[in-house]
Ligand binder design. Sequence first.
Ligand SMILES: Cc1cc2nc3c(=O)[nH]c(=O)nc-3n(C[C@H](O)[C@H](O)[C@H](O)COP(=O)(O)OP(=O)(O)OC[C@H]3O[C@@H](n4cnc5c(N)ncnc54)[C@H](O)[C@@H]3O)c2cc1C
Length: 451
Amino acid sequence: MSALLGRRAVVVGAGLGGLSVAGALADSFERIEILERDRLTAIIGSRSGTPQDRHPHALLAGGLRALDEIFPGFADDLARAGAVSVRVAQDIQFERPDFGVAPKRDFGISLLCASRPLIEFVLRHRAETTANIALRPQCRVTEIVPAKTNDAVQGVRIDAGSGSSEIIAADLVVDASGRGALTLALLDALDWQRPEVTEVGVDISYASAMVEIPPGAPSDWKLAVTFPDPPHLAWSAVLLPIEGNRWMVLVANRGVIARLETRESFLEACRSLITPTIYDALRPAEPPGGIRHYGFPASLWRHFEQLPGLPRGLLPVADALCRFNPVYGQGMSVAAKQARLLQDVSGRVLAEADPLAALQAGFMEEVASVLETPWNMSTGPDLAFPSTRGSRPEKFEEAQQFEAALFRAIVVDPVVHRALTEVGQLLQPNSLLQTPDIMRRIGAVSAGKRA
Ligand SMILES: Cc1cc2nc3c(=O)[nH]c(=O)nc-3n(C[C@H](O)[C@H](O)[C@H](O)COP(=O)(O)OP(=O)(O)OC[C@H]3O[C@@H](n4cnc5c(N)ncnc54)[C@H](O)[C@@H]3O)c2cc1C
């Protein structure tokens, strides 16, 4: 082990954010403890702390790459555990109202599709088998405890059962509890400023089902995404393959909708989509074992990065920092990319006078660059619905026209298609789409000529 940033780091939450951050910091602390309120079993399955795990979860190529860099060999482990390899664009039926179906092209980028419990299980195994990472299940954190000086943290208080509590001291406390409530409570207790919040109210209603892939399933795609047609049609859907020869399918709408309790009502909802692709694929399948529902009110970015400072030794990450509309499948990947950023920053701050403070400041300075692309990619289309709550950015109409032109261009120009694919998979920043070559190509298609 090389030089260290501190002796003990405590990570609250063993979700995707907590596990990847623990791996990212493993070389920088003597010991890392992940405290998780749930019981964690050796069986791959849902758990109460992550109710979202019963719904489809896509790990985008940028997220998979980040996890593979943090835990080398992670992608091989996931594939061996049964995840399904999907070549982006080539194996994906990507449907939008403006152009129909995107061309199938192979850009040499692959995803691994699996259930969220399997992804988490493989990641947890990697964390658990890292020598200096310890996982403490059934350990609920009740408070992040401030230092006596009131400008730093001294550790966390945990519920030790029978009404008693215990303090675990730590140099660094990472809040990966999903909601950020512990961090906000600490700021309130210290009378520190809370972050500004950007909120985009989408009021998404979700229904998900899992089915066995029926014989005779389409052979020209493995994963299907069908977009809505705003403002008239809000139904959208994703169908993805997971381990065990199954599909996970979700249909989503906006506002309050009737629960889809039966196979018939689920299929009927699929029939409302802009194309019959997913309906036709599902019709021959055996009825799903159960249909799960989820409501997601709003995407939410808590701008901790804009605060003048945070108590020394405190780091909110992943959903605690920014929650994305799940329809776009970005949350896990963004969590993994934040962990990767933390790993990078931790390697750069060792020579600083106060490396822990530099780690916190460095992460906060750069984290917006990880969040901006997925945030813009998902809130842009959401804000196209008049019912979406939240202020439209400046030049919103122009941005929408650009998006429409961009999607027209991907149909005819593979270079633009590749660029959008790389940005959508979080392999490249949004700014790639504004480079002169891509802009020229988009302009050429709009003007009716090939680039
Ligand atoms: C319906 C739905 C579908 C989604 N689909 C996708 C998708 O397709 N692709 C994608 O990338 N993302 C998706 N997401 C988002 C994704 O689940 C999260 O972004 C991702 O899990 C990272 O979150 P996290 O680690 O911050 O929180 P989580 O994964 O939610 O983990 C938080 C953990 O903290 C624990 N915890 C909470 N409080 C305490 C406490 N006080 N003490 C100890 N432990 C605590 C919880 O038990 C939990 O284990 C979806 C989300 C939803 C809601």
